[in-house]
Design a protein around this ligand. Structure first.
Ligand code: GDP
Length: 186
């Protein structure tokens, strides 16, 4: 599947977060462009890294342009990077026109003895922000492929859904032919 047009979907996905959280390593693990199978549809993921621009707070609107998915990455062994996630969410919202799919990633989960942010805190934040959450390790390859698969699935759902807010919980109606399936986000 290396041709130009041999895919059903093409998703632009960004990695965002403080410097040093492991964005480039996550990307290297997965490689920059990959085609995955999504319910039988060949889906090409084009993944962009900030290339260190975040250090100078110079991420341009161009970087965000056309993105369907954004990974918000923090380092479980550096609390500051977790505390900064809300700022990144605000930055994304200020720079994107349509609602993009965001997914929270706690990277470096292999650093068991240096952990400063618990899994429960990550889950709680993701729930507050109404997004999926995964802990990863680019070092030992934990959940790397899975986070891209989850992201692609969430984008696809968003593309084909109506969203309803029910009791403050986000419920998504997924239309599958004539059947309507109700699904709660993660
Ligand atoms: P970026 O600035 O967010 O792109 O971060 P980098 O990908 O350059 O990684 C910063 C540092 O964290 C490097 O020294 C990496 O080797 C290290 N690193 C990245 N991911 C992991 C991980 O999952 N576990 C551990 N232990 N170190 C990691």
């Amino acid at each position: 599947m290396d041709g130009v047009n041999d895919y059903d979907y093409l998703f632009k996905i960004l990695l965002i977060g403080d410097s040093g959280v492991g964005k480039s390593c996550v990307l290297l693990r997965f490689t920059k462009i990959k085609t995955i199978d999504l319910n039988g549809k060949q889906t090409k993921l084009q993944i962009w890294d900030t290339a260190g621009q975040e250090r100078f707070q110079t991420i341009t609107r161009n970087y965000y342009k056309g993105a369907q998915g954004i990974f918000l990455v923090y380092d479980v062994s550096e609390r500051d990077t977790f505390d900064n996630i809300q700022n990144w969410v605000d930055e994304v919202k200020n720079n994107t026109e349509k609602a993009v799919t965001m997914l929270l990633i706690g990277n470096k989960c292999d650093l068991v003895n240096k952990r400063q942010v618990s899994t429960e805190e990550g889950e709680q934040l993701a729930q507050n922000l109404k997004m999926c959450f995964l802990e990863t390790s680019a070092k030992d390859n934990t959940n790397i492929a899975k986070c891209f698969q989850v992201m692609a699935g969430e984008i696809e759902i968003k593309l084909s859904t109506d969203e309803n807010e029910i009791d403050n919980k986000k419920i998504i109606s997924v239309t599958e032919g004539k059947k309507i399936k109700k699904r709660k986000i993660c």
